[in-house]
Design a protein around this ligand. Structure first.
Ligand code: GDP
Ligand code: MN
Length: 377
């Protein structure tokens, strides 16, 4: 789960990590009020969206007076950044920057541990640094039984700074960031950039955090910050109806009973050169109501050109499923071709019932998938 910069900064403050002060604003008027309260001439207007790279997209702008601040706020509110519409901005004190650094704690699958990543080349080009000069990014594997003791924090800080006064400030930030990372069940806690000001203060001027979804049950406060995307809203709705559903970007809608069969169906579609529009496991039975709801879900995705229904009748008998499908499709009005593959208990009877219907019938999975892929073309 992602949160916004202003929310991550609130957590930073609770843990004593220095940040540049700011206010969240929803409108230009809001920003004008906040500008007066902030009382710094130089400010920064920052789009708050669940994506990085805001700076490069024009979503982070410095302003030196009310007029500039007002213009930037008006421009940034409503802006679309990588598919996210900006509905709020953070108006913050603009810091003078002597140098920018990169710091993050992240869960690393390869080493099965937390990694501390550090670079002297922080800022908006960190991806390029990682790609072209990976040696400029230091990685420290954190032993969970040790955590971030003083010596390790200082050793890490010496990778970025030479002056002991700056090393101490940075080491303190690393320790606090690690504590916060562990205590909030984060999967990422990133400061990019961590800056050194001309007054030699080390400050976080950006904050990015993501959390382990499976830990949210014990992170009440964090969970309250959840803002589902349109896709996630749809997935939640599906979940409430007893389906497990994941939207994908292909054009073949899949309705399958059983997660394993659903995965295999998607693999087969790929194998024959098609693209699944979703993963959908409708669960054990396939009564008409369930089929109707599943179809509505699939058809709400405008990219779906074909629906592939792949059902294995185990305890559920295929003739019951066939009757359920016939019943359901009396209530569903769609021009979209439907491919059905029924197999298992009473499959012959099931297929006999569907004969003469508008469905495209298949016996094997290979046949059904090829049909669906051809129809999608
Ligand atoms: P991101 O692009 O989404 O990561 O947004 P950041 O908050 O990291 O801002 C992008 C860049 O804008 C930073 O790397 C800085 O160079 C610049 N920037 C952001 N805040 C300030 C600030 O307070 N003062 C100055 N001088 N530059 C800033
Ligand atoms: Mn940043």
């Amino acid at each position: 789960m992602k949160i916004h910069e202003y929310q991550a900064k609130e957590i930073f403050v609770r843990y004593g990590i220095p940040i540049n002060p700011g206010y969240l604003c929803h409108s230009v008027d809001d920003a004008i009020n906040s500008y007066e309260k902030l009382d710094y001439d130089l400010v920064v207007v920052k789009a708050q969206v669940h994506t990085g790279g805001r700076g490069k997209a024009g979503g982070v702008k410095l302003a030196k007076d009310t007029v500039e601040m007002r213009n930037h706020t008006a421009n940034i509110l409503g802006m679309n950044i990588k598919g996210f519409t900006v509905d709020r901005i953070l108006l913050a004190k603009a810091e003078d920057i002597e140098s920018e650094y990169y710091v993050s704690f992240v869960v690393d699958r390869n080493t099965k541990s937390t990694l501390l990543m550090l670079s002297k080349e922080g800022g908006v080009d960190i991806e390029e640094v990682a790609h072209k000069t990976p040696e400029k990014i230091h990685k420290i594997i954190i032993d969970p039984t040790l955590g971030m003791p003083d010596f390790l924090a200082r050793e890490a800080a010496f990778l970025l700074f030479d002056d002991i006064k700056q090393v101490r400030q940075a080491a303190d930030i690393f320790q606090k960031l690690y504590k916060l990372f562990i205590e909030t069940d984060a999967s990422l806690a990133e400061i990019n950039p961590l800056i050194l000001t001309p007054e030699k203060k080390v400050i976080a001027i950006d904050a990015k955090m993501t959390f382990d979804d499976n830990a949210l049950f014990r992170q009440q406060k964090i969970n309250e910050l959840f803002e589902p995307t349109e896709e996630e809203k749809k997935e939640q709705k599906a979940k409430s109806k007893g389906f497990s559903y994941v939207q994908l970007d292909g054009d073949i809608g899949c309705m399958v009973n059983g997660a394993g069969l659903a995965m295999t169906t998607m693999d087969m579609i790929k194998l024959y050169g098609g693209n699944p529009a979703n993963f959908l496991d409708i669960g054990g039975s396939s009564n008409p109501t369930k089929v109707i709801e599943a179809m509505r879900l699939l058809l709400s995705d405008k990219d779906v050109k074909v629906v592939l229904i792949n059902i294995f009748g185990g305890i559920t008998r295929c003739d019951d499923v066939a009757n359920g499908l016939l019943e359901a499709f009396k209530q569903i009005d769609t021009e979209i071709p439907i491919v059905i593959r029924l197999t298992g208990t009473n499959e012959v009877e099931g297929r006999a019932l569907l004969k003469g219907s508008k469905f495209h019938l298949a016996e094997t999975m290979g046949e059904a998938t090829r049909m669906a892929v051809d129809l999608a073309k």
